[in-house]
Design a protein around this ligand. Structure first.
Ligand code: DX5
Ligand code: ZN
Length: 217
């Protein structure tokens, strides 16, 4: 599958979100990191800002919920206009029911795994999901170093998706850069989130093109 490049607005200027969304023309999705200062030690944005962003850009929104009580909140992000909603396995009490609810409301359903959470217990849930997100840093902050120790988990996840013959996207998030993206692609990832590597660049749209080119090698 052609790689998808999803810039993370966590590294954008939050006072200029609409402009920053438009600065990454050519991106496949806009990755929106929602943090509640409980699931992770950082606080970002919530439903009203997602609603406004959805109106401000044609790029579909890929919401990554780093929040507790995902069962309660995830459906509200679909209603806010997100095209994809990813909840953390560690934060969902009933992930099957939640994924079905997200899909029934019209969005793609993703499930994220923190670095210490294995994929194997979730093998039987894969048919219920549109995407698995393998975190390649501890969630909470942009600009952290890529964890190479996650490459085996990316490989195992790709194998499990293939074993069941599923069309489940495999996203990586954290420390993805021109230097690390090829390793992720080689391990089987096909959706790449990049925050600082895109918004830290002088030309964010060019950074997206450069990442795409490297992921295709
Ligand atoms: C971290 C977030 C990431 C973050 C990635 O918890 O989930 O989406 O924005 O930022 P970089 O690409 O700078 O590691
Ligand atoms: Zn994220």
């Amino acid at each position: 599958m052609a790689p998808r490049i999803n810039p993370s607005i966590l590294s954008a200027d939050f006072a200029r979100l609409a402009d920053e969304a438009r600065a990454v023309q050519g991106a496949d999705w806009l990755h929106v990191d929602v943090m509640d200062n409980h699931f992770v030690p950082n606080l970002t944005l919530g439903v009203p800002i997602v609603e406004s962003l959805a109106r401000a850009t044609d790029t579909p929104l890929d919401c990554h919920l780093m929040i507790e009580d995902a069962d309660r909140w995830a459906p509200q992000y679909v209603e806010a206009g997100a095209g994809s909603v990813t909840f953390h396995a560690e934060a969902a009490a009933a992930p099957v029911r939640l994924a079905r609810e997200v899909r029934a409301k019209g969005a793609r359903a993703g499930m994220a795994l923190k670095p210490a959470t294995p994929i194997e217990p979730y093998e039987d849930l894969l048919p219920e999901l549109d995407m698995v997100l393998v975190m390649t840093v501890e969630p909470g902050f942009g600009g952290q170093a890529f964890l190479d120790i996650m490459l085996p988990k990316i490989r195992r996840t790709r194998q499990l998706i293939g074993k069941h013959g599923l069309d489940v996207w495999l996203q990586v998030d954290g420390g993805v850069s021109e230097e690390t993206i090829e390793r992720c692609a080689e391990a089987g990832a096909d959706v790449f989130v990049a925050g600082s590597a895109v918004y830290g660049a002088s030309d964010p749209a060019a950074a997206v093109r450069a990442l795409r080119e490297r992921a295709q090698r």
